[in-house]
Design a binder for this molecule. Structure first.
Ligand code: ATP
Ligand code: MG
Length: 377
């Protein structure tokens, strides 16, 4: 797919800005705090309706204004699409597809596919498990937009179940429990157990399927970048272990584990079972990558993961997604820059931000459109 134009109105530090992309690679160059990442963020929002930097629309709208807008024209294999997103400092968003406001945000997802790679992504290796879960979730949302809805349902169940466990724990500590209220609690909890098992197993099964496809791709890329000296293993470590991708069996595994964890759950007043406790493990030559000393090796790993993501989305969607590189290219040595260049060629439209062009190989510079970003222009 190819992003032809991007138009920003009162978005972040842009008052009005129109960008025409006229090469497969665009380098956005400028000093710090000029608006380079803001521009990538606008593309990210059109892709997932989420920003990894903010979840408050008030922050996305230009200071002292009320309404911001992002518009884009995207060329896909089966035709051209106009995308629009209206953000309000107070109130709900409007999503617009081909000039028509959509009733369901779900219908907007999965149209503009993009893989984002920023220096923050090193957290995928070094950071808390939440980063890795969010990573899986953002890929799944692009591959099957219904996943956004499934995850939302799961989180709702989790919140309500946690609230119930917490209330009960409080009553227990205060000595306000009698046989009747305890029975009521058990009945109510059983309903939420079932809901957690139904919605949680949907999440777990999808994450397992995703990793089964992603892991070999990442392994292949990693071998090629590291010169075949290292073997990467990417393993899904779900909180509820599943043996077969069978809805009934997975739900039963959830219920069994909930039963086992009943006492600690009641004592801690929170849900201890479910995909909110999943983990993804990376090992290089059988050693956990997190404890691997070299930054370079961790960068290679993240690059391999991102390339795997790119190829998987291409396979599933049937056309190449966009690649958004925020501040990472200059951090890669020339060998890795070249590996990346070879992998994307001119098939993946790529937007790259940098503070200086000096670190780029001439091959990159010669094949790119170069735009200077200064104070939101
Ligand atoms: P760096 O090289 O440091 O990453 P950058 O060019 O990527 O810089 P951005 O993150 O795109 O910088 O932009 C940051 C600028 O945008 C800051 O000056 C910030 O104050 C400004 N900014 C962010 N949100 C808003 C907003 N809602 N209204 C006005 N300005 C904003
Ligand atoms: Mg930036």
């Amino acid at each position: 797919m190819y992003l032809k134009t991007l138009q920003l109105h009162q978005f972040r530090n842009y008052r009005d800005c129109l960008v025409n992309f006229d090469a497969p690679k665009t380098i956005l160059v400028g000093n710090n705090a000029q608006g380079k990442s803001n521009l990538l963020e606008a593309v990210e929002l059109l892709s997932t309706l989420k920003s990894h930097r903010s979840n408050r629309d008030r922050e996305l709208v230009l200071d002292d204004t009320k309404i911001g807008q992002i518009k884009a024209n995207l060329e896909r294999v089966n035709g051209s699409v106009d995308l629009g997103l209206i953000l309000r400092s107070q109130g709900r968003r409007t999503v617009i597809l081909n000039q028509e406001p959509l009733r369901r945000q779900l219908d907007f997802l999965g149209i503009l596919n993009a893989v984002q790679f920023s220096s923050l992504d090193l957290e995928l290796v070094r950071g808390a498990p939440e980063y890795r879960r969010n990573w899986l979730d953002s890929i799944l949302t692009q591959l099957e937009p219904i996943y956004a809805y499934i995850l939302q349902q799961y989180n709702q169940v989790l919140r309500q179940r946690n609230a119930l466990l917490k209330t009960f724990r409080k009553q227990e500590l205060e000595g306000n429990i009698n046989e009747l209220s305890s029975k009521d609690h058990q009945t109510e909890l059983a309903l939420w157990d079932a809901q957690l098992a139904t919605t949680g197993s949907r999440v777990t099964r999808r994450r397992a399927r995703l990793l089964a496809r992603l892991a070999p791709l990442a392994q292949g890329w990693h071998a090629s970048i590291s010169g075949k000296t290292e073997v990467l293993e990417v393993t899904y470590a779900p909180n509820v272990i599943i043996e077969k991708d069978n809805p009934e069996q997975v739900q039963q595994a959830f219920l069994d584990k909930i039963q086992q964890r009943r006492i600690p759950e009641n004592r801690q007043g929170t849900s201890l079972v479910g995909p909110h406790r999943d983990e993804v493990e990376f090992t290089i030559n059988n050693t956990p990558a997190r404890s691997y000393g070299s930054q370079g090796q961790q960068r290679t790993l993240v690059l391999a993961l991102k390339l795997a993501e790119l190829k998987l989305i291409e396979e599933v969607v049937g056309e190449p997604p966009l690649l958004l590189l925020d501040d990472v290219l200059a951090e890669l040595d020339l060998n890795r820059q070249n590996q990346l260049l070879e992998a994307i060629q001119d098939r993946f439209q790529t937007l790259i931000t940098t503070t200086h062009l000096g670190a780029f190989d001439s091959q990159w510079l010669n094949s790119s459109q170069i735009l200077t970003v200064k104070a939101g222009e």
